[in-house]
Design a protein. Structure first.
Length: 117
């Protein structure tokens, strides 16, 4: 069973930064699509950033130039560095991992990011 555990959320002022982390069960970390979604109240969950399986990353237009996804293979962990945060970035951020070649996707429980003055 895959487990994804997020951390790093919190309250930050507009223009500030946060770094989220997602630790995954190590045995299937490598080579599988993995990344971050977010969900605000009353809004469907939306993709923020992802690795498709290799080292190429993709981003939602709304976060390009401000957010950076990265990963540490040794620690089976991915990160989301969020800079220049805006109030509209406020959401619960969920880590996901899709087992390559299958329809199986695992989710973390989410971490809340609140951007407010």
């Amino acid at each position: 069973q895959v487990q994804l555990v997020e951390s790093g959320g919190g309250l930050v002022q507009p223009g500030g930064s946060l770094r989220l982390a997602c630790a995954a069960s190590g045995s299937i970390f490598s080579g599988n699509p993995m990344g971050w979604y977010r969900q605000s109240p009353g809004v469907e969950r939306k993709l923020v950033a992802r690795f498709s399986g290799g080292d190429s990353a993709g981003y939602a237009d709304s976060v390009k130039g401000r957010f950076t996804i990265s990963r540490d293979y040794a620690k089976s962990t991915i990160f989301l560095q969020m800079n220049s945060l805006k109030p509209e970035d406020t959401a619960v951020y969920y880590c996901f991992l899709t087992v390559k070649g299958t329809a199986t996707t695992y989710w973390g429980k989410g971490t809340l990011v609140t951007v407010s003055s």
